[in-house]
Ligand binder design. Sequence first.
Ligand code: NDP
Ligand code: A1CAB
Length: 289
Amino acid sequence: MSTMLSQAKIAFVGAGSMAEAIARGLIQTEVANPKHVYMMNRSNQDRLAYLRSEYGLEATSDPETKNVFIREADVVVLCMKPKDVETAFAELAPLLNEGQLLISVIAGLSIEKIEKLLQTNMPIVRTMPNTSSTIGLGATGMSFSAKVNDTFKQFAIQMFEAVGTVTIVDEDKLEILTGVSGSGPAYVYYFMEAMIKAGIDGGLSEEDARQLTLQTFLGAAHMVQHTKEDPAELRRKVTSPNGATQKSIEALDRFQFNEAVTQAVFASAARAKEMGEQIATTSPVGKSL
Ligand SMILES: NC(=O)C1=CN([C@@H]2O[C@H](COP(=O)(O)OP(=O)(O)OC[C@H]3O[C@@H](n4cnc5c(N)ncnc54)[C@H](OP(=O)(O)O)[C@@H]3O)[C@@H](O)[C@H]2O)C=CC1
Ligand SMILES: O=C(O)[C@@H]1CCC=N1
């Protein structure tokens, strides 16, 4: 394979939110050539037309063209939902070869299960990215199969560093990492939705409530990054004794904010694990494993 990211042919199997987020990041940072980015889905033609016109990449749901894309690819990125894995893998298995690098973004699906399902010894990189990869600010967790050599490791790291940060963890940490950073953007948006609504309920215009909330999140995240202080210490600096913020933190504590966030992170991790476990281990290429 071409180990130069800029020359590599990257085939995304699944053309949804996550595939778009990674492809968009790679194309916009000019790390990948759009003509070498192949997107495949099951049937949604409008989606493929949008991806073609927006990014200039190659996109298809035609079985023959998909076969060509997969065979030609240096890297195959598995981007379908866990529920679609069995069908998709049945189509994929005969087309893959051991010179290719396989990258999975599928929540909960273990490397061992991918190897069993595809009956392959290919090098496999299991990742858990997030949708902020779209703008180059993703946070990706990553684990490697024993077959991934240093060249492939560097390739995968470079690919995801082009769209954000990469954190390498033992594979058994990828579920809890899903709870923190894979699902994490959703909690932040949920928090923002609630703050905007509260501002509007209190009398701010929608535009002002939105702008103030956005800047507050941006500013707070940058403060953590730039000052390198603990979030707890930064919070203390906002919270004047017996002042306004103390009352709001007490309100959050009354509603068990900490516990709610902990439960959210653990619920995501548990569901990721469950989705992976629910994928049958019967080989889609026909042999019982
Ligand atoms: N969204 C997120 O924030 C994150 C998602 N992930 C993981 O990414 C994966 C994809 O999620 P997401 O992008 O949100 O899902 P989407 O539903 O947005 O996209 C799924 C895509 O898979 C395609 N697909 C389904 N079956 C097949 C098949 N047999 N062959 C080819 N393509 C197929 C669908 O095509 P069609 O529309 O034509 O049916 C669709 O394009 C999941 O496994 C998820 O766990 C990981 C991290 C974050
Ligand atoms: O909700 C999901 O299952 C995926 C995994 C992490 C983010 N989205």
